[in-house]
Write a protein that binds this ligand. Structure first.
Ligand code: SAM
Length: 508
């Protein structure tokens, strides 16, 4: 029996077919344990890099699981009889009618990407469109993105603490909403693209989750409503405002969409609520990115931690996104690609855009007269912004800001167990002269601090046994220094060290 569904005509609107499809996948062991086991670690890693050949080699047999992997992850065309055996409850005719499979001559192939996806606590099934690695050529204009690198970056950056109402703005296939469901009491997920909402609804159903799905741009679908947590991986691409692909182009020129996303956030956060957004911003020839993004954030009155993870030069940026959409699949000298590139780079030139910054913005509605805003440039592969790091950073900075000098001096501080001191020395006729001392916390984004010799001595002595004041006095006496002058010199570094998790206050 077919139940009524408001998204008639869009893929997977028949809930009975969808439920039977979920049963088929589970029966075949199509999950985040079964698929990697079938592929083997090396082919599985290759697949994550978008290299399909090792996985094709590993699935060259006729088991139901191998057929499902080839269909939905590798984009192959398969014999109808084999697919019928792999999807016995769904049935080929229903799968085709529901936009899950399509005919390719006498055989069939997937019309959607369906993949297992897991985090540390749960595993899911995710429904999206096939990307340009699997189905070459430009993707459709209403393409629904799967679990891309940006999606994973945001999912890792979100603070996963139990929370009340959560909003996923620009949900796409629903990947952020899926993760939110593990720690939010309720989830509202929005998108402008009806196809995205249909696939997000399918993702929710396959994972037995309930989201309030709404259509509309930016905050329109949640006018007058507030949330404890807002997350968004928006269509952040910086361009001239032409809208070629819904997942990528907002239709707003420059970085206007990201600016609007940030400036609207406060009106939709409960007091104390948090927003975590991916964004791109213009780096122009004559101003610092910090001034630009700092202005966006200042307008919100929220506490903020903005991390620029990468900066792309214009040609690199355009090349990346033309490849992502499959527009460049005919080769870089395809006249259409050359023309698109020319128009895009001309726009960057006209606007004096010398680069595009990409990063993560964390905002917390603080309702204070002096919001705390930190703008960091943190690059490198092993210093991701993670949820625990973002939460700890906000808490440590709040402690530092709320702690006066006298209280700080009476606090016992201990050096992080993960801190390492890196030193650089130059050889001279009297032996080595240390020219650089950097304290670094392994894996901590932004957790570095340059020290002088007094800072090195002081922080090295932070064992949590005596108050900071006594430590400074002992150091001053040992080296014949003025204790007040030494205090004034080292306190700013101590504050940074606590904010960055290099030093921890020891509770009394
Ligand atoms: C980059 S995709 C992100 C999808 C998914 N949330 C993720 O993390 O992978 C951006 C999504 O925002 C949607 N979108 C485009 N313009 C929008 C707008 N003005 N307001 C809300 N969503 C929009 C697109 O349709 C697309 O699904």
């Amino acid at each position: 029996m077919t139940r009524p569904h408001p998204r008639q005509g869009l893929p997977l609107s028949d809930l009975d077919v969808l439920d039977r499809f979920g049963d088929d996948l589970r029966t075949a062991g199509y999950d985040s344990t079964g698929v990697p086991e079938l592929l083997g670690a090396s082919a599985h890693r290759a697949l994550a890099r978008g290299e399909l050949a090792p996985a094709l080699r590993a699935t060259g047999h006729r088991s139901e699981l191998a057929v499902l992997v080839r269909l939905f992850l590798l984009g192959t065309t398969e014999e109808e009889e084999l697919v019928g055996r792999a999807l016995p409850m769904t049935g080929i005719a229903a799968a085709i009618a529901q936009g899950l499979l399509e005919r390719d001559g006498r055989d069939v192939r997937a019309a959607l990407d369906v993949r297992p996806h897991a985090d540390d606590t749960a595993e899911f099934l995710l429904v999206s469109d096939l990307d340009s690695d699997t189905r070459p050529g430009p993707v459709r204009a209403d393409h629904v993105l799967g679990a891309g690198a940006a999606s994973i970056t945001l999912a890792r950056a979100v603070i996963r603490e139990p929370t009340g109402r959560a909003l996923d703005l620009g949900t796409g296939c629903g990947i952020q909403a899926l993760h939110l469901s593990s720690h939010a009491r309720s989830v509202v997920a929005t998108d402008t693209n009806p196809r995205a909402l249909a696939l997000a609804a399918a993702t929710a159903r396959l994972n037995d989750q309930r989201w309030d799905l709404r259509q509309g741009p930016l905050y329109d679908p949640v006018a007058g409503e507030s949330f404890d947590l807002i997350v968004s991986n928006p269509p952040f691409i910086v361009g001239d405002g032409e809208r070629r692909f819904a997942y990528r182009d907002s239709g707003v020129a420059g970085d206007g969409l990201c600016r609007a996303l940030v400036s609207g956030v406060r009106d939709h956060l409960h007091p104390g609520g948090t927003a975590q957004l991916l964004a791109n911003w213009i780096v122009s020839q004559d101003s610092d990115w910090r001034a630009r993004v700092g202005d966006w954030v200042a307008d919100t009155g929220c506490d903020a931690w903005v991390v620029q993870r990468e900066i792309a030069d214009p040609a690199e940026y355009v090349g990346l996104w033309l490849k992502d959409s499959g527009e460049a699949d005919q080769g870089g000298n395809d006249p259409a690609v050359v023309e698109l590139t020319r128009r895009w780079l001309d726009y960057f030139d006209r606007e004096k855009i010398s680069g595009i910054g990409m990063g993560v913005i964390t905002l917390r509605r603080a309702d204070s007269d002096h919001p705390q805003v930190t703008l960091d440039e943190i690059t490198g592969p092993d210093v991701d912004v993670t949820g625990p790091e973002a939460a700890a950073f906000l808490a440590r900075r709040a402690w530092v800001v709320g702690t006066g000098d006298a209280e700080l001096l009476s606090t016992r501080l201990s050096l992080s167990a993960e801190a390492v001191l890196e030193m650089r020395a130059l050889a001279g006729h009297r032996g080595w002269t240390t020219v650089l001392r950097v304290l670094r916390r392994t894996g901590g984004p932004g957790a570095t601090l340059q020290l002088d010799e007094w800072g090195q001595a002081l922080l090295g002595g932070c064992t949590g046994d005596v108050p900071l004041r006594l430590q400074i006095d002992l150091l001053a006496t040992a080296h014949g220094l003025d204790a007040d002058a030494l205090t004034a010199a080292v306190l700013p570094s101590v504050r940074v060290a606590v904010t960055r998790g290099l030093l921890h206050p020891v509770p009394d």
